[in-house]
Design a protein around this ligand. Structure first.
Ligand SMILES: NC(=O)c1ccc[n+]([C@@H]2O[C@H](COP(=O)([O-])OP(=O)(O)OC[C@H]3O[C@@H](n4cnc5c(N)ncnc54)[C@H](O)[C@@H]3O)[C@@H](O)[C@H]2O)c1
Length: 477
């Protein structure tokens, strides 16, 4: 199990952080905002990007129907499938009907047995077509198969009349991602892409209140993000549960080694930049309110065996954005050989800096005011940010000589929003609420597509060894 998966398996640690606004408070706060209010503040108004989202031609909310319990199948019951299932088991009104997984003797069996313990009458399938043929009552399919299966799975489920929640990366190819958008439009069914930060109350609070309403960062000129992960051995498998070769081949895998480590193989996944980076590069696009104009990148398989790690283990990429407020540059690094300093995103404007992470354990959210910026007392009073934690003054330390030209470090204000649910639960709730006609999707197909275009270009830029331009039309379908 990788770090990305592990985080949802653990309970979120409680923390002392002064005043804490819970998820419920935020959602209550947001409920006073009109339906489009989730996207209704100044940042959105300025941007073509969000306008595109609002004009999204795929369905973002099902017509209010009679659905009470929603019949759900999970397609792909590996590490992430289980993480999603754990979250879904905490959501009322879901009736699990089927688990489809080609690893019948292990993952499928485990999850079917688990659901039976919760008294669900659930069937196991190896072949998703058979599942779609037999499970006529399904309302929704949640897809957590390897990336190269997403397009086929999502398109066929949508065509069978199901609403679909599909994990990121939407697809490992743009043709695949495009077919998903077009099929969602054609069928009128919901397609939510699994960029779960889009429904995380802390990310929404920062986007709407801090960057939007209060405009605390001023003009954002740079951003950076990273996901640092320690060296880890390849995924193994219990030998007695190995999948026979003919079944592996039928589903596109050359061996158990490849089946268990598909992320590293060309044609199956996209490597860490796609696997991990897509979450955070998606936030660049969202918070900057734009799609990038150019990307330059360097990467390689510098550490692992390239025979079993075809995609790059280390990548550094720089995007250029033409935002409504002006030029911005965003740097992203993913490294898989050292986990120090973990994962987070930073946005730096002429009035402040925001550091945010999905991780509740580190950097979850802090904002720093530039000393030249207007006071933030009003936002502290309103509870948008916590009162500042004063920087320690080292005046008694006579060994330290500060250069007079050095900027004084700004005070840290915590972002007072914690997610006390599993990380994926709000995004799944958003999907199921949209099926009930009670919410609009936070990451509909068009948004997932724009992120896929942004992220997949990094691998292209590394291969081309060139600064590549995005044509604005590339982001639209
Ligand atoms: N949103 C997140 O935070 C997050 C985290 C981890 C993974 N993911 C995404 O979830 C997806 C799954 O990743 P994972 O880590 O669980 O991988 P995994 O290899 O652990 O699990 C994949 C599962 O799919 C099954 N499978 C493979 N091909 C299939 C097919 N054709 N039909 C049915 N079942 C099939 C496998 O048997 C396995 O059980 C990926 O797209 C990944 O990018 C998202």
């Amino acid at each position: 199990m990788n770090e990305e998966d592990k985080k949802d398996k653990q309970d979120t640690p409680g923390k002392e952080r002064g005043k804490t606004i819970g998820r419920r408070d935020i959602l209550q706060g947001l409920s006073s905002v009109p339906v489009l209010g989730l996207f209704g503040y100044a940042v959105k108004k300025q941007t073509d990007y969000e306008n595109a989202r609002l004009e999204s031609k795929t369905t973002a909310m099902a017509p209010a129907g009679k659905i009470s319990d929603i019949n759900v199948a999970l397609l792909g019951g590996g590490d992430q499938g289980e993480v999603l299932l754990n979250s879904m088991l905490k959501i009322p009104g879901l009736r699990f009907r089927a688990i489809c997984d080609i690893w019948t003797e292990y993952n499928q069996k485990r999850l079917v047995n688990r659901l039976k313990k919760y008294n669900f009458e659930v069937n196991g399938y190896e072949d998703y077509q058979e599942m779609l043929d037999k499970e006529k009552d399904l309302d929704a399919v949640v897809i957590a198969t390897p990336d190269f299966w997403h397009a086929r799975h999502a398109v066929d489920c949508l065509r069978a009349g199901k609403h679909v929640y599909c994990e990121k990366e939407m697809s490992n190819t743009l043709e695949g991602a495009k077919s998903m958008v077009l099929t969602a439009r054609e069928t009128g069914k919901l397609l939510q892409i699994g960029h779960q930060r889009r429904s995380n109350p802390r990310y929404l609070h920062c986007y709407e209140k801090l960057l939007g309403e209060a405009r605390l960062l001023g003009r954002i000129v740079t951003a950076h993000g990273q996901w640092n992960r320690s060296v880890k051995p390849d995924n193994g498998w219990p030998q007695r549960y190995a999948i026979p070769d003919d079944r592996l081949k039928k589903y596109g895998f050359s061996s158990m080694q490849q089946f268990r480590n598909w992320r590293w193989y060309k044609g199956l996944g996209g490597g860490p930049i796609v696997d991990l980076g897509s979450h955070q590069i998606d936030i660049f696009n969202w918070y900057l309110g734009a799609s990038p104009s150019h990307v330059i990148a360097s990467g390689g398989t510098d550490y692992y065996d390239p025979a079993s790690h075809e995609w790059y283990d280390t990548v550094m990429a720089i995007y250029e954005f033409q935002t409504p407020a002006g030029k911005a540059r965003a740097y992203y690094k993913t490294q898989t050989t050292n986990g120090s300093q973990g994962y987070f995103e930073t946005f730096m404007g002429d009035q402040g800096t925001l550091v945010i992470s999905e991780s509740e354990a580190s950097y979850s959210g802090s904002i720093y005011r530039e000393i030249s910026a207007p006071a933030w007392d009003e936002w502290v009073r309103k509870g948008y940010i916590a009162a500042p934690k004063e920087q320690a003054v080292k005046s008694e330390d006579t060994r330290v000589v500060l250069d007079v030209r050095e900027s004084v470090s700004p005070d840290e204000h915590r972002v007072p929003v914690e997610l006390t649910d599993p990380y994926h639960k709000p995004h799944l709730e958003n999907f199921f609420n949209a099926i009930r006609g009670a919410a609009t999707l936070n990451c509909p197909a068009e948004v997932g597509y724009e992120t896929a275009v942004t992220v997949l270009k990094v691998n292209e830029a590394i291969e081309a060894n060139q600064r590549l331009a995005f044509n604005p039309e590339e982001f639209r379908i």
